[in-house]
Design a protein around this ligand. Structure first.
Ligand code: SF4
Ligand code: SF4
Length: 309
């Protein structure tokens, strides 16, 4: 898989302190930009493309015209209603983002060094120690920048930090194994056992993902939490969840728990800001009772289970 980092820098789209959803305790989560999957329910659509891009929010625009003045590609159009960026012309030069006085156009994706990131992460070291927290790498897919991910985890381990990797599992084994050498906990996404459904929804087969999970369980001692995003019309039947449980039961060792992540629409505004259509406006959220029923089923298969955020 292609390494997206530039030299000794990694491409990051967010660095979130005080995170409580990405592993135990209070953590800092580093969000890597670039993902090999194309899940249409992704709540971080800015994580997908492996290069910097612009977020454009018409509601903030004061129609000053500066973006039009600086755009050599003639991609900024403020006479349209709403104002638009012609994405097929835009070369992500970021001139408009730098010129915009209203922050209506912003850059997503920054190249950062390990030192720059670790300096921020270390600010909360005592908090991690008090709460059992630490550093989580998430995305996007951190394994698209596996060398950089390992370089980031190494000094974290030297500082006695708990480290976690939130991954789709879609990566070549050597890259994954190298990152796991510095990882205490893997948050491993399992979406669908039916390969055709997986392929149709995400754009890739699940075979490498399932194989890598078997190898993690067979060849390493790293702790594993399985995460299942429960998506309307994709994997929200008892049969879908049960088939995931049956696959996990056959692994060489068991995960510490299985988390069910309910579908939500929090990413809708970001789709618009990226010039994309949000495909889930009319989707019905999965009722709490249904999620509770799935949780009971996972528990009946012998796993510790919870419902995440
Ligand atoms: S990023 Fe550059 S090319 Fe794209 S709209 Fe802005 S100024 Fe134009
Ligand atoms: S520079 Fe910003 S505020 Fe001015 S027209 Fe462009 S998007 Fe709107």
């Amino acid at each position: 898989m292609q390494e997206q980092a530039a030299g000794d820098k990694g491409l990051i789209f967010n660095l979130q302190r005080f995170s409580i959803q990405d592993g135990p305790g209070i953590r800092t989560t580093v969000f890597f930009k670039g993902c090999p999957l194309r899940c249409p329910w992704c709540s971080n659509p800015e994580s997908i493309r492996p290069h910097p891009e612009i977020l454009s929010r018409d509601i903030k625009c004061i129609r000053c015209g500066k973006c039009v003045e600086v755009c050599d590609q003639k991609a900024a159009n403020i006479s349209a209603q709403p104002r638009i960026i012609l994405r097929d012309k835009c070369d992500s030069c970021m001139a408009c983002a730098e010129a915009c006085p209203a922050h209506a156009i912003e850059r997503t994706g920054e190249y950062k060094t390990v030192d720059e990131i670790i300096k921020v992460v270390l600010k909360d070291l005592s908090l991690y120690q008090r709460t059992g927290g630490g550093l989580t790498l998430s995305g996007g897919e951190p394994l698209m920048q596996a060398q950089f991910a390992a370089s980031l985890l190494r000094p974290a381990k030297h500082a006695n930090m708990h480290t976690a990797l939130d991954t789709t599992g879609f990566a070549e084994w050597p890259a994954l194994a190298e990152v796991l050498r510095h990882t205490d906990l893997v948050l491993y996404d399992l979406k669908q056992i039916d390969d055709l459904k997986h392929l149709q929804a995400t754009g890739i087969s699940n075979q490498l993902i399932l194989k890598n999970l078997r190898r993690i369980m067979a060849e390493t001692r790293v702790a594993v939490w399985i995460r299942i995003p429960v998506i309307p019309g994709f994997n929200d039947t008892e049969g879908d969840i049960r088939s995931i449980c049956e696959f996990v039961q056959q692994l060489p060792r068991q995960p510490e728990k299985i988390s069910l992540l309910p579908f939500h629409k929090f990413g809708a505004a970001k789709y618009i800001a990226l010039g994309k259509i949000y495909p889930w406006n009319d989707a019905v959220l999965i009722p709490d009772q249904q999620m509770e029923s799935f949780k009971r089923m996972v528990e009946s298969c012998g796993f510790s289970a919870d419902i995440g955020a």
